[in-house]
Design a protein around this ligand. Structure first.
Ligand SMILES: [Zn+2]
Length: 86
C-alpha cells in the first residue's frame, strides 16, 4: 500500500474501529486504507460478520471478553499462518 498504513496495524485495530472506539482521525485513516486494500477489507468484513454472530448468539448479555479475544486472536493467527503478508 502507498498510504503508509501498515496492514498489520489496520488488522489489529479493525475491531476497535467497528466498535467506534477509535478517534476520528485514526478511524478515517483506517477506513481510507480499508477502502483501498482488499486484504484489510476482507478482514473488516470477517470481523463485522463475527461481531454480528456473537451479538445474535448472545443478545441479552455482553459477549464474554475472553471468548471474543480468543476468536479474534485465532483469526489473526490463522491469517498470519496462511498469508504471511506483505
Ligand atoms: Zn491493508
Amino acid at each position: 500500500m502507498s498510504d503508509g498504513v501498515d496492514c498489520a496495524y489496520v488488522v489489529a485495530r479493525v475491531h476497535r474501529l467497528l466498535d467506534g472506539e477509535l478517534g476520528e482521525a485514526e478511524a478515517d485513516q483506517l477506513r481510507h486504507h480499508i477502502d483501498a486494500c482488499e486484504r484489510c477489507l476482507d478482514e473488516a468484513d470477517l470481523m463485522a460478520l463475527l461481531k454480528s454472530v456473537v451479538r445474535r448468539s448472545c443478545s441479552s448479555c455482553a459477549a464474554p471478553e475472553t471468548l471474543r479475544l480468543r476468536i479474534v486472536s485465532q483469526i489473526t493467527f490463522t491469517r498470519i499462518v496462511i498469508d504471511p503478508g506483505r
